[in-house]
Design a binder for this molecule. Structure first.
Ligand code: NAP
Ligand code: GDD
Length: 353
């Protein structure tokens, strides 16, 4: 019998990679998508329309994390073996603008699924994966963040995800549900949403290179992140649910760079040498030389500026994970370096242009 998986957030970065991965493993994949005024299935259209994948292996349902009835109805109908709860309002900066909605989706949305599993008596049949996050840690501790580290979130997003993390543990301990938290550090890809800083930079610089844009405005350049590759990380989400015992795991690379270094590396890859001038909100990056003489950029162009608009009321400046437990128990090894991620993202953004 084929295994049946249900993915919330199937239209997002991780949802698209995980559904490909599960279909490749012979699963029947059900996904929940929101009704939107524009198409929101771009990231899964390739698999949805793939003639080699039978229609019945990838099935989409309309639903919403804020709507218990729709969620319970879908779970009752499908009776999945595995639920991957990837849906979230996932932008930390935006969470300061709509904290109530983000809590409803991220916190209560998770509770709604766990309650459905319990009320439908699926405890023995259905395993549950919760997309937890390094943002729950805050940045009081600067390195070696692992499963035993304390949490001190600094944003409504971080707080909403901490509720989801704990309720997942509570349902595991109270009702014997096989429920795991994957505490994932930042992971990026060609499919990363365009408002997250890495994609904003690779897309913005690609546009500058081809003359579609003059300058890119960003926020906190000093923030450091432990950036990995999304297609790599979703495999660990599946692996967690294949263990004998449900547990929580940190997935990270154990390496970090700053936003400024990410920009430097991206410029290097595009053959643009830049220098940084001034400090704080006045800081900017100026072109010192360019390798590609046909480029639209000239020496002396200012291509990056800092704007107050992209600062958060409170920012986590430093995230560095310690994935030792996952390395040992899940046979985890980060496979794609930050340079390789940048190359993949820029090549894709140039191709799209
Ligand atoms: P993403 O690209 O932003 O995708 C989020 C998904 O959630 C989208 O499919 C979105 O649908 C869906 N969604 C949002 N609100 C919803 C609602 N009310 N009802 C139903 N679906 C809703 O995020 P991602 O990067 O793939 O991340 C996947 C999960 O991992 C998220 O929970 C995120 O918080 C968590 N996480 C991500 C990272 C990372 O670095 N990427 C790290 C740690 C944890 P639409 O397409 O309609 O917007
Ligand atoms: N988005 C954005 N835009 N961030 C900027 C900018 C900008 O113009 N300039 C600087 N930054 C800084 C942010 O202040 C933050 O410190 C860092 O770059 C990374 O920001 P994001 O790419 O938005 O990611 P995030 O770390 O806040 O959140 C992502 O990772 C979390 C895991 O730690 C999201 O994917 C979350 O959903 C995820 O949980």
């Amino acid at each position: 019998m084929k295994k049946v998986a249900l993915l919330t957030g199937i239209t997002g970065q991780d949802g698209s990679y995980l559904s490909e991965y599960l279909l490749g493993k012979g699963y029947i994949v059900h996904g929940i998508k929101r009704k939107s005024s524009q198409f929101n299935t771009q990231l899964i259209d390739n698999i949805y329309q793939d003639p080699t994948i039978p229609n019945r292996n990838l099935i989409l349902h309309y639903g919403d994390m804020t709507d218990s009835l729709s969620m319970t109805k879908i779970i009752k109908k499908i009776r999945p073996n595995e639920i991957y709860n990837l849906a979230a309002q996932s932008h930390v900066g935006v969470s300061f603008e709509n904290p109530e909605y983000i809590s409803n989706v991220n916190s209560l949305g998770t509770l709604r699924i766990l309650e459905s599993i319990r009320l439908l008596n699926l405890q023995k049949k259905c395993k549950f994966y919760q997309a937890s996050t390094s943002e729950m840690f805050g940045d009081l501790v600067k390195k070696n963040l692992n499963e035993k580290s304390n949490f001190l979130p600094k944003s409504p997003y971080g707080v909403s995800k901490l509720y989801a993390y704990w309720i997942t543990k509570v349902y595991r301990d109270s009702y014997n549900i096989f429920a795991c938290n994957g505490i994932l550090f930042n992971h990026e890809s060609e499919r990363r949403g365009e408002t997250f800083v890495t994609r904003k930079i690779t897309k913005g610089l690609a546009e500058i290179k081809v003359g579609k844009r003059k300058c890119l405005y960003v926020g906190n350049l000093n923030s450091k992140r432990d950036w990995g590759y999304a297609a790599d990380y979703v495999k660990m989400q599946w692996k967690m649910l294949q263990k004998k015992k449900a547990d929580d795991y940190v997935i990270a690379t154990g390496k970090q760079i700053s936003v400024r270094e990410f920009i430097n590396k991206s410029c290097n890859y595009l053959g643009i040498k830049i220098g940084w001038k001034e400090k704080g909100l006045k800081e900017f990056a100026i072109v010192k030389s360019i390798i590609d003489k046909n480029s639209n950029i000239k020496k002396g162009d200012i291509i990056i500026r800092v704007s107050k608009r992209y600062f958060r009321p409170n920012d986590v400046d430093n995230l560095l994970g310690d994935p030792s437990k996952a390395i040992k128990e899940l046979n985890w090894k980060p496979l794609v370096s930050i340079d390789a991620i940048i190359k993949k993202m820029i090549d894709n953004d140039l191709k799209l242009l």
